[in-house]
Design a protein around this ligand. Structure first.
Ligand code: FAD
Length: 891
């Protein structure tokens, strides 16, 4: 270990003496020529001075010994062999792998020592840097150019304080986990954890190893929260992620996060979205955690441990107290050379405010890559090299079990907030040639500037190969490339690695087609407002099998390959909106039709994206753990059954479903079809497919992007189900035990009654749906809707109707609203939940809330005006639910 600092007692006299000693040394060493100079208390410094061959020695002090700090120290040494470099680190470790910490907790990294990339000794041996751990820099005197250091060695009751001089100072203190001010957290600290460094990691790991917790709540669904969820699950715990937003991983847009939600749920992680931890109570049975959100009622969870990963705060106190300028986002303000407002003080890493490379706006983007590069730039600049930092674009990647999630540049939320003129595409491509085993799909969302086509940002969710595609796109953003440039990129290809048209090329082609006017498009969020009154044509060009397995309400089916022959069924005077599974076949349809005079709009991302997002929006915020595969009903399996294995890996849709339907057609009743697919959305749909076709879904497993699902051909299928298996056309579902409510009324009492019954049915484990039509839609209205464009009549309607559940009146004795108030007060007194609580509970209980699109259209209500997560659908959806139910109530 490098020699420690000069130490003295903590008595004021000694401290002064000690400070003087160092101070004098410093003053004497201005323009110091060594050897033969000053005696220093630091052996390392001395050895440098002795070997500096008559050169001027610069003394550089670094605060923080991990990503930015260690990187700066190493670069300084490479640039200046004679510099006197002192690195202070508050903790006991330097240059450790923060990014690997969650994987040690999950057990994937088994060796504790693997997390420390360098020790103070090895760092000193390699770089001759004076590393001083457990030394907290508590103050900077920018005039005297000194820092005050408190040495808090283990075992010392209080630290010893001393002063160190510098020529140049580099601050890399990082960012600390935010510990929100939640009542009860402090007193429950033995079971509440944050994760930043190695001691935190050991604390969590030791807690798991010694107390064997069964359950964990992770507050915060950011990168670290999701990584922790995965690793705690790997460690065998039941995990619930609580997230204030309606999505995990904030750098993703909601539409891209939906696949992540689905995957987390499939992996048994419970998601509680749009809610937050309100209180924590340490009880004998465990931590009682209360949750609550704006649209969620309070609820409770009992858990064995709580991880707080709600974000980080830059450690800027030291810089602030030294009078250094702060940026508007709260980080230390630096120039492109990483110099703070004081020319002798540099700052790097999570603590500094950077410039967003794409927008040019100030930003806080805590990532290891930027911290390392900034450390290097600060070192270079100190050594007289013209290094400059050009901004951070937020390239980041995350493993979520078998998924890979990567982002770079701008997301749509930010583009919208800044009012940028952008457009976006969603493309689905395979990681490599579909015919070569092991191909898995990825979805790329690309944001580009309208007009110029300049790439602004990209998000990718998939499996293999997501990393390299995101890296290519990150490079494209750095190089200010356009969609046309992406289309032109020549990228490596052989079947095991890619396709002749790489996913990045595909993203470029699609964006370029839009920019050059070859195709017009709409998005999943535009679908609900498409007219269903016959004034436009809504066309689905997938195969009949796919269409029957689920389609967007109001879209008629003409498979692409029949389109040219069936043109007479379409009216070319009406705008035509076309969809397929991913947007690719519908693009072909759009080209066929637009060249025949149709005004065509292609649904970007197709049914797959639409279905993923709308399904997620209606997913209950309290999920159950992965449901075990239901056991086949007794008598279903006969002894001569066989298992048919189907390899549908890498198949583009509709390949897997066609293959499955064909296999089921040939199978004998009781046979099991085991299908291996790499299309996560298909896997998610299987349960519904089986219900619709009368087969038995025996469950599935996921591993490394491959879903293996087992489907048993129904032993005694209904006539319709047999027809369905034979023809792969959807069949009406057999009546089940579901409960189907149709809420026509907008009266408070009727709405309350509906929700009470719906919640009771859901509590009995029944599948429940409520179809809101006409005045019933008012229950779902947001009290403060976003601005939407409407015609005068719709606006008038909007003013006249009650805006949301709180404005509803009673069906009788309303007395100008007094009756409604009275009822609410009585309900409260009698401990009956309010309508709002009942609505939230229904959503948590998985009750499907469906808004009648036809009524919405008539009443001029837009989807954005309704509560988030309501599924827009038509009467067909209601009737489908009715068929699955043994009770339908029209209220
Ligand atoms: P840090 O690396 O945090 O180092 C700051 C050091 O300064 C700390 O050790 C601290 O003790 C010390 N210090 C602070 N104040 C003082 C003081 N006054 N005196 C002495 N010492 C002081 N980023 C990615 O890009 N990819 C990932 O996968 C990833 N995973 C992560 C996983 C976890 C669990 C965590 C916590 C972070 C992860 N990050 C990841 C973020 C990344 O680690 C940080 O962006 C990066 O470490 C920031 O570097 P830094 O030098 O600014 O701060």
């Amino acid at each position: 270990m490098a020699p420690g600092p000069v130490t003295g007692t903590v008595s004021a006299t000694c401290l002064v003496a000690l400070q003087d000693a160092v101070y004098n040394t410093w003053h004497d060493r201005d323009n110091l020529i060594v050897p033969g100079g000053i005696s220093s208390d630091n052996d390392v410094s001395n050895s440098y001075k002795e070997q500096s061959m008559g050169k001027v020695v610069t003394r550089i002090v670094i605060v923080g010994g991990v990503a930015g700090g260690a990187s700066a120290a190493a670069r300084l040494r490479r640039m200046d062999e004679f510099a006197d470099i002192v690195l202070f680190e508050r903790g006991g470790y330097i240059s450790f792998a923060n990014c690997g910490l969650p994987y040690f907790i999950g057990g994937e990294i088994a060796d504790r020592d693997a997390l420390t990339l360098q020790t103070p000794e090895s760092f000193h041996a390699r770089f001759r840097v004076d590393v001083r751990t457990q030394q907290d820099v508590t103050a900077i005197d920018p005039v005297a150019k000194t820092v005050t250091v408190v040495h808090r060695a283990a075992g010392l009751a209080c630290g010893k304080t001393y002063v160190e001089p510098y020529d140049k100072l580099i601050l890399s203190p990082g960012a600390a986990p935010i510990v929100p001010d939640i009542p009860g957290v402090a007193s429950a600290c033995s079971r509440v954890f944050t994760l930043r460094n190695i001691p935190d990691t050991h604390r969590i790991k030791d807690f798991i190893d010694t107390t064997r917790p069964q359950t964990a709540v992770v507050a915060g669904g950011g990168y670290i929260g999701v990584e922790m969820a995965e690793n705690l699950r790997q460690a065998g715990l039941a995990v619930t992620v609580v997230e204030r937003m309606d999505q995990v991983i904030a750098p993703l847009d909601y539409d891209m996060a939906c696949d992540v939600h689905t995957h987390l749920r499939r992996k048994g992680v419970t998601l509680r979205l749009s809610t937050a931890v309100r209180t924590v109570e340490d009880t004998a049975a465990g931590l009682r955690v209360t949750l609550g959100g704006e649209s969620q009622p309070d609820s409770e969870l009992l858990t064995d441990m709580l991880i707080l990963s709600v974000g980080v705060r830059p450690e800027n106190a030291l810089a602030k107290s030294a009078g250094l300028a702060m940026g508007e986002r709260g980080g230390i303000k630096v120039d492109p050379h990483m110099r703070t407002s004081n020319e002798h003080i540099y700052a790097v890493g999570d603590a500094v405010e950077v410039v967003d490379f794409v927008t040019g706006q100030p930003a806080m983007i805590p990532l290891a890559g930027p911290a390392n590069k900034q450390g290097r730039i600060a070192a270079d600049h100190i050594c007289g090299r013209p290094a400059a930092y050009t901004g951070t674009q937020g390239s980041a990647i995350l493993r979520v079990f078998d998924l890979t999630v990567a982002t770079t540049g701008l997301n749509e939320k930010t583009a919208k907030r800044l009012g940028l003129a952008y457009d976006k595409t969603f493309t689905y491509s395979n990681s490599h040639a579909g015919y070569f085993p092991g191909a898995v799909p990825m979805c790329i969302k690309t944001l580009f500037e309208q007009g110029s086509g300049k790439i602004l940002g990209a998000q990718i969710v998939g499996g293999d190969g997501v990393d390299k595609r995101c890296d290519v796109l990150a490079t494209a953003i750095r190089a200010s490339m356009t969609a046309a440039d992406l289309a032109r990129l020549e990228l490596c290809y052989a079947p095991p690695y890619s396709s002749a048209k790489d996913p990045v090329n595909m993203a470029g082609f699609v964006a370029d087609n839009l920019l050059t006017g070859l195709v017009k498009h709409i998005h999943w969020h535009d679908v609900s407002s498409l007219p269903r009154d016959g004034s436009v044509t809504l066309l689905d060009v997938r195969t009949t099998v796919e269409y029957d397995n689920g389609h967007i309400d109001g879209f008629v089916n003409i498979p692409l390959d029949e389109l040219r022959e069936r043109l007479a069924e379409l009216d070319n005077r009406k705008p035509l909106y076309v969809n397929c599974r991913s947007g690719q076949r519908s693009y072909l349809a759009a080209r066929i039709l637009s060249q025949r005079g149709f005004d065509v709009y292609n649904l970007d991302g197709g049914y797959r994206l639409y279905h993923t997002v709308t399904r997620d929006a209606t997913a209950p915020s309290r999920d159950a753990d992965v449901s075990p595969a239901p056991a086949p009903a007794s008598g279903q399996v006969v002894h001569e059954t066989k298992t048919i294995r189907l390899d549908a890996r890498g198949l583009q849709c509709p390949g897997p479903i066609m293959k499955l339907a064909a296999a089921l057609k040939d199978a004998h009743h009781g046979d099991i079809v085991e299908i291996h697919t790499t299309d996560p959305a298909f896997a998610g749909d299987l349960d519904g497919y089986c219900r619709r076709t009368g087969q038995v879904f025996l469950g599935g497993t996921d591993e490394k992007g491959v879903t293996v699902a087992r489907i048993q051909k129904s032993h005694q299928p209904t006539a319709e189900a047999t027809r369905c298996a034979a023809t792969s056309h959807a069949a009406p579902r057999a009546a089940g035990t579901g409960k189907n409510f149709i809420l026509f009324s907008g009266d408070l009492d009727k709405a309350i009654a509906t929700f009470i019954m719906a919640n009771a049915a859901a509590a009995m484990g029944r599948k429940v749906s409520i179809f809101f039509t006409f005045w019933g839609l008012n229950v779902l209205r947001k009290p403060k809707p976003p601005k939407v464009t409407k015609d005068f009549i719709s606006r008038m309607f909007g003013w006249m109707m009650p805006r949301g559940s709180r404005k509803l009146g009673l069906s009788s004795m309303n007395m100008g609203g007094l009756g409604a108030k009275l009822i609410r007060a009585i309900m409260k007194k009698k401990n009956v939940d309010s309508l709002e609580t009942l609505i939230a509970a229904a959503r948590q209980n998985g009750v499907e809330l469906i808004a009648c699109t036809m009524s919405m259209d008539i009443m001029g209500l837009k989807a954005e005006e309704l509560l988030d997560g309501i599924k827009p659908a038509g009467a067909t959806a209601m009737l489908a639910h009715a068929e699955e139910s043994d009770m339908s109530l029209f209220i």
